[in-house]
Design a binder for this molecule. Structure first.
Ligand SMILES: [Mg+2]
Length: 281
């Protein structure tokens, strides 16, 4: 893992000083689970459950904050079992799904979610013809309840297809007052009311956190990165962790620590909890 500056190392130390009152938000894909070609085959990095369990004991609360529906992240990450293990140790796990629109906790064991955003149903009705016109009729459309994701990952030219789709989809989204969220070989369309930055800020406030850590790897994490930096400017110790990928170098500029994918995230979480001086790097 690599600190991006001396200040960044100081932020790491500042968070560790208030760790027992801090909250930790972690993205799922590419941060806790290695990227795979089939999004449905994503699983936690083998070191993640152990590291999260140790972490949960040391902090106020841990939340997985993801664009995926909560139900899906819970199933893929076996987060039910992890949450129960945390409860056994007096700690709590939250899953904030669909960018914070859905909320699950190990204690409550049920997902709370609002109604789908207005405009989503009509967007979905018009989507097939827009895909056809953009030469992307075989794109995989994932209905997420509160959002729709158009995946090009399994197409012949994923990057080219994504490029062809961006214009037409943003036009269609705009017409229905929805927001476009580009990712790796995927475009998500959802209500503009919610993003990971809002979700993280609300979580910090609700937990009365004395510090905040967020780790992410993709464009959908930018608002959460910015939220940590804004909270820090207001005096709350905070640390931004970028799970590095070759695809999204722009996130590195906002990060304090850059780690090597989910394996590096596990290492970072372990270092946060470990006693003794901060690791070199
Ligand atoms: Mg991700």
């Amino acid at each position: 893992m690599e600190f991006t500056s001396d200040d960044a190392r100081a932020h790491f130390d500042a968070v560790r000083d208030v760790l027992d009152g801090a909250v930790v938000g972690l993205d799922f894909d590419g941060t806790l689970s290695p990227m795979v070609d089939d999004p449905e085959a994503a699983r936690l990095h083998p070191g993640a459950p152990g590291a999260m369990l140790e972490l949960a004991e040391a902090v106020r609360a841990v939340a997985v904050i993801t664009g995926r529906p909560a139900r899906q992240a819970i199933a893929m990450g076996d987060l039910d079992a992890l949450g129960n293990a945390m409860l056994d140790r007096g700690a709590e796990l939250f899953v904030l799904g669909q960018y914070g629109n859905e909320r699950w906790s190990a204690t409550e064991q049920r997902i709370r979610s609002p109604r789908p955003p207005a405009g989503l149903a009509s967007f979905e009705r018009e989507l097939p013809s827009v895909l056809r016109k953009a030469g992307a009729a075989d794109a995989y459309v994932e209905e997420k309840g509160l959002a729709v994701a158009v995946h090009t990952r399994r197409m012949q030219d994923p990057a080219g297809a994504l490029q062809r789709l961006t214009g037409p989809l943003s036009e269609l989204a705009e017409r229905h007052h929805l927001t476009l969220e580009p990712g790796r070989n995927v475009i998500e369309v959802r209500s503009g009311q919610m993003h990971k930055g809002h979700a993280l800020r609300a979580f910090v406030a609700e937990q009365e956190a004395t510090g905040v850590v967020f780790g992410g790897d993709d464009l959908g994490d930018v608002e959460a990165f910015e939220a940590v930096r804004a909270l820090r400017a207001d005096g709350l110790p905070g640390l931004v962790v970028c799970s590095a990928s070759t695809e999204q170098p722009s996130l590195v500029e906002l990060a304090d620590v850059v780690v090597d994918g989910p394996a590096g995230v596990v290492e970072l979480l372990t270092a946060l909890v470990a006693r003794g001086p901060a690791p070199a790097g």
